[in-house]
Design a protein around this ligand. Sequence first.
Ligand SMILES: O=C(O)Cc1cc(O)ccc1O
Ligand SMILES: [Fe+2]
Length: 433
Amino acid sequence: MTELTRHALNYLTGFGNQHASEAVPGALPIGRNSPQRAPHGLYAELLSGSAFTAPRAENQRTWLYRRRPSVVCGGYGPLAHAHWKSGAAQGEAAPPDPLRWGPTPLQGEGDFVDGLRTYVVNGEAGQQGMSAHAYVATRSMGRRALVNADGEMLLVPQQGRLLVTTELGRLEVAPGSIALLPRGLAFKVDPLDVPARGYVCENFGAAFRLPELGPIGSNGLANPRDFEFPVAWHEVEEGAYEIVKRHGGQLWRATQPHSPFNVVAWHGNLAPCRYDTSRFMTINTVSFDHPDPSIFTVLTSPSDSPGWANVDFVIFPPRWMVAEDTFRPPWYHRNVMSEFMGLVLGQYDAKPEGFKPGGASLHNSYVPHGPDTDAFDKASSAELTPHKLDATLAFMFETRWPMKPTAWAMNEAPLEKTYADCWQGLTENFQPG
Ligand SMILES: O=C(O)Cc1cc(O)ccc1O
Ligand SMILES: [Fe+2]
């Protein structure tokens, strides 16, 4: 039995809060960040997530008090990885068809980094845009840590709990929950159940934040208090670590003589967190019509154009459907924004049979899509009594930049050859006069 299954981890709560935590009493300096000698012989180190002069509401930084500073590290050399891609330049030209993949196969051995496979890319690593990946992990990362200098990582586990160890402490993340790992922070992802499978959004744009609530008011959707942050924890075991670094859309590796998880105390508002999607306060119509899916936004990474997200993280959680005189599933549509979807659990109402947990779909910019023929037929004649969509969790990474599938997604992943056939039964029913 691991230490974790015996003792639940502790968490600090509140998205955007200035948190403070110390694993050893007195390790956190009081009243200043950089005393001449930090307590207990620790080194003070600043990690920033925004320009120093970013507006206060968007300014993110954390002070770390650690046994050795991060600069004590060997030189980096390239690390080969066949399947982790980033930036539009690493994608393929693919036809503007709707694409769908079956569940990512669970075979193969490897840790979280080995098991990353990129579905789609856009933008440019470290600058703007995003990538969507699948992961399959069958073993822990051991004495190996990942630092993504290009972007923040949003983990969406689909099966198997994860122990995420970070410089700021540890998070346990189960399917149904997500983890958000700031750009530049060292972490490792270890499966607590094997094999573990899930999805990752790598975000090269502005850091994910809670969406504005507008007329909804001061409560609702993802509430800030439900985001949980780790308490300080440092690894006591001595010995070298391999640091795997994502930088400039490539992987690099170096060895350092000590663990990067050597932060004894920290304070600040740039920190990893987890969020349980069952705490999402879902809003939907109580009258008629199917609202835009933006009402299900958990987190958003804005771009420089107001309302045009670099990427949104949207969920389709369990919810009551009560709309009167309404076609209740999503409408048929063609959107300028591009939609990558995954399914954690259960069925998705627009494609109840064809879209499988652990699978994915891509409806790129202006690619027409909507409910499949079966879903259309059922929803067009369903009795419109209140109905609970239960035991379901789909999600979407929606981005303003068209996505390019990778060579893996087109040639090796379980791409369905006949996905578009699911709409061929939508016959013409027009009855003039
Ligand atoms: O295409 C999809 O399945 C995602 C989606 C869901 C919805 O309720 C409205 C629009 C939309 O793109
Ligand atoms: Fe859509």
